[in-house]
Design a protein around this ligand. Structure first.
Ligand SMILES: Cc1cn([C@H]2C[C@H](O)[C@@H](COP(=O)(O)OP(=O)(O)O[C@H]3O[C@@H](C)C(=O)[C@@H](O)[C@H]3O)O2)c(=O)[nH]c1=O
Length: 188
C-alpha cells in the first residue's frame, strides 16, 4: 500500500497494490494489518455504498458530530469523483482549508478523512459508485452538514450551483462561519 500525504497533515491518500493479469486485477482494498503497519489502526464498523446516476451530483459536505464522529476511508467503485475533505477543527492551523482528490475505479486511490473533517464529493462520470468505511455507526441525531459552495471554503467543484444535483438538505446546510464548535484541534 502506497501512502501519500496531502496539504492537510491528517488527510492521507492510500493506494493499495493491484496485481494485474489476463483476467483483470486483484487488490486488497482494505487490510487492517497493512494500515496498522503505517500507524493507522482504525476500528471500522460500517461500510457505506452509494450510486449517483448523473455526473455533477454533489453529496456533502457532511460529518457526524461527537460522540458519534466518524473517520472515513473512501474509494470509488465505479466511475470517478472528486473527493473533498474540509478541516472544521477549531484552533487547527488548517481550519477551513480543504483537499480535493480525484478517486476513480481506474486509479484505485482512497482518501482517509478523519474525525473533525467535513466530507463531500462531486461525481465526474454518470453511474458513479462510492464506497467508504466508517468508524462509527450512522447516528441521525449527530448528522450535520456544511454548505458545499460556501465561498469561504474556496472549493473548485468544477460546476455552478445551477448545474449541481443536490439533496434538499445539502442546499440549505450552514456556512462555516455559522457552524457551532463541534471539534477542537489537539496538537500532536
Ligand atoms: C449516511 C447514512 C444515511 N442513511 C439513510 C438516511 C437517508 O434516508 C438516506 C440518504 O442519506 P443522505 O442523504 O444523508 O445520503 P448522502 O448524502 O449520500 O450522505 C453521505 O454523504 C457523504 C458525503 C458522507 O460523507 C456520508 O457520511 C453521508 O453523509 O440514507 C442511512 O441509513 N445510514 C447512513 O449511514
Amino acid at each position: 500500500m502506497h501512502l501519500e500525504p496531502t496539504l492537510l497533515p491528517d488527510v492521507i491518500i492510500l493506494t493499495p497494490a493491484r496485481f494485474g493479469d489476463h483476467r483483470g486485477f486483484f487488490s486488497e482494498s482494505w487490510s487492517r494489518r497493512a494500515m496498522a503497519e503505517h500507524g493507522l489502526d482504525l476500528d471500522f464498523v460500517q461500510d457505506n455504498h452509494s450510486l449517483s446516476a448523473a455526473a455533477g451530483t454533489v453529496r456533502g459536505l457532511h460529518f457526524q458530530t461527537p460522540p458519534h464522529a466518524q473517520d472515513k476511508l473512501v474509494r470509488c467503485g465505479r466511475g470517478a469523483l472528486l473527493d473533498v475533505a474540509v478541516d472544521i477543527r477549531h484552533g487547527s492551523p488548517t481550519f477551513g482549508r480543504h483537499v480535493a482528490v480525484e478517486l476513480s475505479a481506474e486509479n484505485g486511490r482512497q482518501l482517509l478523512v478523519p474525525k473533525g473533517f467535513a466530507h463531500g464529493f462531486v461525481t465526474l462520470q454518470p453511474e458513479t459508485e462510492i464506497i467508504y468505511k466508517c468508524t462509527d455507526y450512522y447516528a441521525p441525531d449527530c448528522d450535520a452538514g456544511l454548505r458545499w459552495n460556501d465561498p469561504a471554503l474556496g472549493i473548485e467543484w468544477g460546476l455552478s450551483a445551477l448545474d449541481a444535483i443536490l439533496s434538499d438538505k445539502d442546499q440549505t446546510a450552514p456556512l462555516l462561519a455559522d457552524l457551532p464548535v463541534y471539534f477542537t484541534y489537539a496538537a500532536q
